[in-house]
Design a protein. Structure first.
Lengths: 230, 381
């Protein structure tokens, strides 16, 4: 159960980080006229197509004692970033980035640009427009982004294996634990963990679909936070 | 109302609060297709209509004045205040221009109530003052009963009234309206404009009103500017602007149903007329003298309502063009009957149902078309 708890902690941290970093990035991507935007979009989407082992390998190389990030970390904190919980959070955040950024970009772009024009003409700056117009009209996308990055982190295996090692209580997440138990022929324990993970993932995903279909809404904005003509 | 007290506005008559713009650009920042606009205009207090066919660049022009688009070259001033001057690098962002801008769609914030929408531009006013202003504007535009409804819960006509109240709430210095009556029925249209006029009697702001509908030009404006292909083609009192379109597209928008091509045969400068033969026929028309030489091709626009029909060949008329023709089709459209008459070329003629009955006009009837020389307008392609 320690592994399950660790996985939930990791997923929560990653979802929180991606929400706070993904939101400004997605907002910038949705508003920018920059011609090189496609390059950044490709970089953000890269984890979707790369095998986790490839991404994990590069992250490990970067975070290890000889990697640029690892050296920096070593200089500040006196130990490597790889094989620590924070290293795992960092790697997982990179790996789940598209799952947070893409729904946010999509929902920010779906806000009628005339609403933003109206706000600007009425004297609102970009921060006020974001806070009072874009964000309230994008709550469904925000929920999707948080839940997807949480669920995706919960279920990841390859990247964790590459950069986390397998340290109980520090980097041994539930998916690694299941793998270990199967390797050691402890099928009943693997089964219990697998069922727990499957149920949690199902609960999380049905939350997004319920919110998006507006079967029920976690907050009152859900029913009105809709762009006209959507 | 920064820097301009209300008393200033009421005693100074017109000039110092005029909106002036001189704009030139080829492409907009939003990546629309290449598009050239070059205009220079001045809008005095009161309603000025900006009239032109769809795609003439009207909305783009308003976006530039509002600062939502940045024209490459231009100088826009509002009274003493410079909104943009490309020569000195001044470009005020929309939020510092103090303009009201009403789009084709109301663009109400759907998650806010009507009251919150209307107060959005008053973020810096004290709460009590904001509430009073909102209340007063919602009453002026007759939507105070909707104050607590959400922006996406009211009808299109109501939404446009709320949008107008919202735009006017922060005490703008000029008003831009982009086909604000699109999709509203005639009754709603006239009451909305009456309310706007009533509001502007006290405020005396320049109002630039964009439309491609000729009935709005005649009904609403004190002055009109016609724009086509990104350029101003004429300006003056609305009736004159509608009556003398300079381009074919503008003529269509102004309600000229007949567009004929002709070749100039003879110039009679002493009479101020010329004769031209319609393409593909032997029919000749007497036209007002234009910038054309014998042999030139000209475009002639004639309103369907300016052509008379006679059952017998009329005599003793001042009208110079009397053409024999055969009625090809008759189609009733409410209070007008649209006839197509073949007189060498095809002419569209609008009659009243009574006239059609009196002359017993049906398809196949032989008629004479009577067209005054000055009902024929020469237009550019």
């Amino acid at each position: 159960m320690e592994a399950l708890w660790l996985s939930l902690k990791l997923a929560t941290c990653v979802a929180a980080i991606l929400l706070s970093l993904g939101m400004p990035l997605a907002y910038w991507l949705s508003q920018t006229q920059w011609h090189g935007k496609f390059l950044l979009e490709s970089v953000v989407a890269l984890p979707l197509v790369l095998p986790p082992t490839v991404l994990g390998f590069y992250l490990l190389a970067a975070m290890g004692a000889n990697g640029p990030l690892g050296k920096l970390w070593m200089a500040w904190f006196g130990h490597t970033l790889a094989f620590t919980f924070l290293g795992l959070v960092f790697a997982s955040a990179i790996y789940s980035l598209p799952f947070a950024v893409q729904p946010l970009v999509a929902v920010f772009e779906s806000v009628d640009s005339r609403l933003l024009d109206a706000a600007a003409v009425l004297g609102a700056g970009s921060w006020r427009t974001f806070r009072e117009i874009i964000l309230p009209l994008s709550m469904r996308g925000v929920v999707t982004a948080v839940v997807l990055s949480f669920a995706h982190t919960l279920g990841e295996f390859g990247v964790v294996l590459m950069v986390g090692g397998n340290i109980p209580g520090v980097t041994r997440t539930v998916s690694i634990d299941i793998y270990d138990r199967v390797q050691s022929l402890d099928y009943s324990a693997a089964n219990r963990l697998a069922i727990a993970l499957a149920l949690i993932s199902f609960a999380v995903l049905s939350t997004i679909y319920a919110v998006n279909r507006r079967v029920w809404s976690p907050w009152p904005l859900g029913s009105n936070g809709r762009v006209r003509g959507e | 109302m920064d820097g301009c007290a209300v008393s200033d506005l009421s005693c100074s008559q017109t000039e110092n609060v005029a909106l002036m713009a001189r704009l030139k650009f080829a492409r907009t920042a939003r990546g629309h297709a290449a598009f050239a606009v070059e205009v220079n205009f001045q809008i005095a207090p009161g309603i000025t209509i900006l009239f032109g066919p769809s795609g003439a660049g009207k909305s783009t022009l308003l976006d530039c004045v509002a600062g939502l688009l940045k024209p490459r070259e231009g100088r826009i001033t509002l009274g003493e205040k410079v909104l943009q001057d490309s020569a000195t690098g001044i470009f005020l962002p929309p939020k510092e221009r103090h303009l009201a801008y009403l789009f084709q769609s109301p663009a109400l914030f759907p998650h806010m109530t009507v009251e919150e929408n209307t107060g959005f531009g008053l973020a810096h006013s004290p709460a009590a003052e904001r509430k009073a202003t909102v209340q007063q504007l919602l009453e002026a535009f007759r939507v105070s009963h909707l104050a607590h409804r959400k922006g996406n819960e009211i009808s299109g006509g109501e939404a446009q009234r709320v949008a107008l109240a919202r735009a006017l709430a922060p005490a703008p210095r000029a008003v831009l309206l982009d086909e604000p009556l699109r999709g509203l029925d005639a009754e709603l249209k006239s009451s909305l404009v009456d309310d706007l006029r009533a509001w502007n009697r006290a405020n005396q702001l320049p109002i630039l009103y964009v439309t491609h509908q000729r009935d709005e030009v005649d009904a609403l404006g004190e002055r009109a500017i016609a724009i086509d292909g990104g350029r101003i083609v004429s300006e003056g009192i609305p009736h004159a602007v509608l009556d003398a379109p300079r381009t074919k597209r503008l003529a269509r928008a102004a309600g000229f149903e007949n567009h004929l091509k002709a070749v100039v045969q003879e110039l009679r400068e002493a009479d101020g007329v010329m004769r031209a033969r319609l393409d593909g026929s032997q029919t000749e028309l007497e036209l007002p003298l234009g910038y054309a030489a014998v042999g030139d091709h000209v475009n002639v626009a004639i309103r369907a309502g300016d052509i008379m029909l006679a059952a017998q060949k009329p005599a003793g008329l001042s009208a110079r063009n009397i053409l024999a023709g055969i009625v090809e089709s008759v189609e009733a459209r409410g209070a007008t009957v649209a006839c197509c008459v073949n007189a060498g070329a095809m002419f569209r003629v609008h009659l009243t149902p009574g006239a059609v009955r009196a002359l017993e006009i049906t398809a196949g009837t032989r008629v004479w078309l009577v067209i005054k020389t000055h009902s024929c307008r020469l237009v550019d392609d």
